[in-house]
Design a protein around this ligand. Structure first.
Ligand SMILES: NC(=O)N[C@@H](CC(=O)O)C(=O)O
Ligand SMILES: [Zn+2]
Ligand SMILES: [Zn+2]
Length: 347
């Protein structure tokens, strides 16, 4: 039985840090274990321009506690007015690493996102030329499409046509939740990757709905059937370099989760690494944990892997994680996997 493990320091390729008091509360939770993260731009107002991304990056670095090191990798929120020159300049200056596409209305703070994909074609063409990745929230928003089908329909109606129309565009399918998404990634070798969250490797839709509604398990894309969770575990633990960790850790204060119209998002920054060690061990794939959390992401983004390490150990007694993180905007519930986890981060 493996009881300890040292891997290269991991990165999080999809993270929500928010801003202000919430950012101060959640940033140490990520910086404690992760060297870098792709920072999502869905603030209010969104981070659209290179100048906005640079000032958001400065606010993140200013909020970082003494003695912690962390590199935020910034993204730009794509709108129908996004200027290709501004995007290219921000990429070339190292200010922005990727652009994020939210179909308008698909998720938290996506109202300024894209309605007409033809309008953003020039930006995507420019990105393909310079090799800048496009991160996609892959769900259609049509009222008549069932929420559990929105990712699969997005692949057919939006993602595949965009990839045909803009050859060479590097795309990350963010937080994939279906077997169809994993299959699509595998079937398309060139410049296509996918992030997988911690929580989608653990919960299926029953966890949200059976025995009473569990608002802390509600996120977008919503967790699907068990067969899809199994497909995600198979993809994440396969060693296939196109799949890598993006926690999508998305803090909302409890009073907005435990609400008649509860916000979407699971907060997993605090316990992601022990949870993943558990999931990978259960799948008999502990040897592939490092490639999923620390090697495939940098390779996709064209960055070096981290030189530092992270050590985990397994003990006989279950690890106790905090139930909540306190913030000046209210407590944030830490994702509860619903089973005992014996792994913890030791160093
Ligand atoms: N995943 C979520 O359920 N919520 C995210 C937005 C997103 O990543 O879609 C958030 O910003 O709260
Ligand atoms: Zn999303
Ligand atoms: Zn997200």
């Amino acid at each position: 039985m493996t009881s300890s493990l040292t891997i290269r320091r991991p990165d999080d390729w999809h993270l929500h840090l928010r801003d202000g008091a919430m950012m101060e509360a959640v940033l140490p939770e990520t910086a404690r274990h992760f060297a870098r993260a792709i920072i999502m731009p869905n603030l209010v107002p969104p981070v659209v321009t290179g100048a906005q991304a640079a000032s958001y990056r400065d606010r993140i670095l200013a909020a970082l506690p003494e003695g912690m090191s962390f590199e935020p990798l910034m993204t730009l929120y794509m709108t129908e007015e996004t200027d290709p020159d501004d995007v290219a300049a921000a990429y070339e200056a190292g200010i922005a690493r990727a652009v994020k596409l939210y179909p308008a209305g698909a998720t938290t703070n996506s109202a300024s996102g894209v309605r007409d994909f033809d309008k953003v074609r020039p930006v995507m063409e420019r990105m393909a030329e310079i090799g800048m990745p496009l991160c996609m929230h892959g769900e259609v928003t049509d009222a008549e499409i069932d929420i559990f089908d929105r990712e699969a329909v997005f692949i057919e109606r939006v993602l595949d046509p965009i990839r045909q129309a803009v050859p060479g565009l590097k795309v990350v399918m963010e937080h994939i939740t279906t077997a169809q998404a994993a299959d699509y990634v595998r079937a398309n070798a060139d410049g296509l990757g996918a992030t997988i969250t911690t929580h989608h490797l653990i919960i299926n839709r029953n966890h949200i709905l059976v025995g009473g509604i569990k608002p802390h398990y509600y996120c977008l894309p919503v967790a699907k059937r068990e067969i899809h969770r199994e497909a995600l575990v198979a993809a994440a633990t396969s060693g296939d370099a196109r799949f890598f960790l993006g926690t999508d850790s998305a803090p909302h204060p409890d009073h907005l989760k435990e609400h008649a119209c509860g916000c979407a998002g699971c907060f997993t920054a605090t316990n992601t690494m022990p949870l993943l060690a558990h999931v990978f061990e259960q799948a008999g794939a502990l040897d592939f944990l490092e490639s999923f959390t620390s090697l495939h992401g940098p390779a996709f983004y064209g960055l070096p892997a981290n030189t530092g390490t992270l050590s985990l150990a397994k003990s006989d007694t279950p690890t106790v994680f905090p139930d909540k993180i306190e913030s000046a905007t209210g407590p944030v519930t830490v994702f509860d996997p619903g089973f005992d986890v014996h792994w913890s981060v030791t160093d």
